[in-house]
Design a protein around this ligand. Sequence first.
Ligand code: CA
Length: 225
Amino acid sequence: MRILVIEDERQLARHICSALTRNGHTASALHDGAEGLQSALTDPPELIVLDLNLPGLDGFNLLDQLRQKHCPARVLILTARGEVEYRIKGLKAGADDYLGKPFSMDELVARVEALGRRAATPQASDVLKVGSLHLDVHRRRVMREGQEIPLSPREFELLQVLMEEPGRVFSRIELSDRVWQRDHGYDTRTVEIFIVRLRKKVDAGFDHPLIQTVRAAGYMIKAHG
Ligand code: CA
């Protein structure tokens, strides 16, 4: 994968790039938020490793602008350990996954590759439909009532899992496992944040909400009526 690392701690950025390069990826680093944004918009990489605390432009603003401009890159944010609110804020702003500092390079490479995995293996069926919502697996486009709905890569994957089996209830743990593929445990809070994000994009402004919460069980997607 082609990866852009935006991290102002130069030594850390260098270590990240060499770990990624050793594992067959192409990685380059920038140390300033504004430069990082510029580069990501003019020449979008497949994945961005993004530190949140940056000079020039902080990671949250950067992320926000990337998503507003529909930059297709996957984003893995780096957050200092224990900063739960930071992580939640980052995911709400459009990150696809996160890693707490300090982390091992093996863990970083594993997170990066988990983010790339689903993108590289599109399913056989091409267009999934639930009510007026259409998801084109190969083109990675989502439309509702003729209107295109831009989604981040992880939002797309979560929606895809739900739409592959309409009417089936998925637990938060299963969704966490299917979409984020964490090696150690589950993160149901992240799933909840992504469901909120998806609802805002897929259901807000339409008459019949498709994404449904099933009390004490999880979520499902189902056409109205
Ligand atoms: Ca920093």
